[in-house]
Design a protein. Sequence first.
Length: 578
Amino acid sequence: MTAIIETDVLVIGSGGAGCRAAFEAAHTGCDVTLVTKGLFGKSGTTAFRVADTAGYNFADGLVDPADNPDQHLADIRRAGQGMEYEDLARVLTNEALDTAPFLEKLGVSFEKEAASNRYIEVTGCFAARPRMHLLKDHGEQIIRAMVPAIKDLPIRIVEHTIIVDLLVKNGSCAGAVGLDAEGQPVVLRSKAVVLGCGGAGQLFKYTLTPKDITGDGYALGLRAGAELVNMEFMQVVLGTVKPTQNQFNTFLWCARPRLLNAAGEDFLDDYLAEGVTADQCMDAKSRHFPFSTCDDSRYIEIAVQKETLKGDPAGQAGVFIDLTGITDDTVAGLPPDSPLPKVWPIVKEYLTKRGFSIDTEPVPVACFAHAINGGLKINTDGQTTLTGLYAAGEVAGGPHGADRLGGNMLVTCQVYGARAGRAAAKTASKINHVAFDQLHVVAILDRIKSCLQQQGTLQVQQLKERLQETMWRNVLVVRNKAKLEAALGDVADLRSWMPHAKIDGTTDLRSLFELANLLDVGEAIITAGLHRAESRGSHYREDFPAQDPQWDKRILIGYRDGEIEKREEVINSFENAP
């Protein structure tokens, strides 16, 4: 018998955005159910420690008295290059200040200077002023603090449950159908739904996201009728390959490490444009972690990706960053405004604990998928283009543009998680439960049953690895028409092979639905990337290497009659988000 849960607000995802949404919705007095794919407090990207520190932006003006929310907004707009929605970004910068005392009250501790007990604030990626506060152990602190706060509230927590599809009736989201830990269907009937289930890092062979980040929110919203925006703007970063996979701290470029291939040869110069030097690239790279076409730093990731594939077609660690010549004295001798001395002790401790002997051995690195700057198009309440469906965090698009400020994602989860939670609760308080389409529920349950009976010869994991390989080779960093079309063809092939996968139990069944989501999101990213015939921000088209003002428009992706479709949204000075 299928389990049925009725709730006012259904929150899908238990990272920073999902937890904050559930927290705020519950404080209005409405009934809240939070569904997570894994173990509450451990599942999702926020709890996944991939770096020594995380950045968290709020413009308190303590280090730079000239900084304020307007300056923060100006940085977002400059980095966004017209692709951000100004009203969403303005809300973010104004309300970011309120999130810090909220988190500190829960027990989150921002790093402070020992002598003055003042916040450590550094100039983050793409920013002009120092406002990026530091959290040791990345975002894990936020989840550690929010879990007990959530458990103190009357919030129903449903663990180890994957959502298969959203339910829609008369153009309004009415709940969802999922699979529990035993592979049994569960129908979740709600008055409003908040998606806070992260990005789609698992689309790629190398990613700095946990295995449960499979594009679920993008795909669920897309299939239900909501639109995606800015999906071509994918953050790519350098990360360590082994013995552990972690972010490579961008401030290390201040100390001029060597970039070596498998033969121990410096190769960066081989990929530089005329007149560009390696020092110029590293200077630019020390100012922002993600790959961007906005400056000469672009040549580092382009060189790493091309050299990796050139030196080792299997894509295994063929590129190294050599830190052996960097000592405490080297770092102490850097210019006074260099950010590296402030974080050097944390960086060394972090890398040492993870098995890196940076004083004696070069570090193997590669280009990794990190985060998507786009997502479901939202308004300032976090509402998507589908009534009753809200989104916050990485699954939502609009507060960021072609590039995203370092330190803006965790704070975005808090600002828009709170807004989406309150708005969803307000919607729920005004309506009765929408009578969802019983035929739709039956169709989803029949699909689950049919998939469980598949006895093909292909393994779901093999299909996923094929998708990750083609996305990593053809869509990450260096894009062109031929590569993108090849990836699109592979996506179509993989979709046709899915019915031939062997499903042997709940794990395979869940993986199959995750693969379906990844294929939908992959197609959305490729479609947007093919359509944008220019290079802008994190989107680099080798065949269109320059930014083109004719592309001062956003690309929106929708879903109609089982097919992904695209449309353009021209930017003008009077626009508003939906």
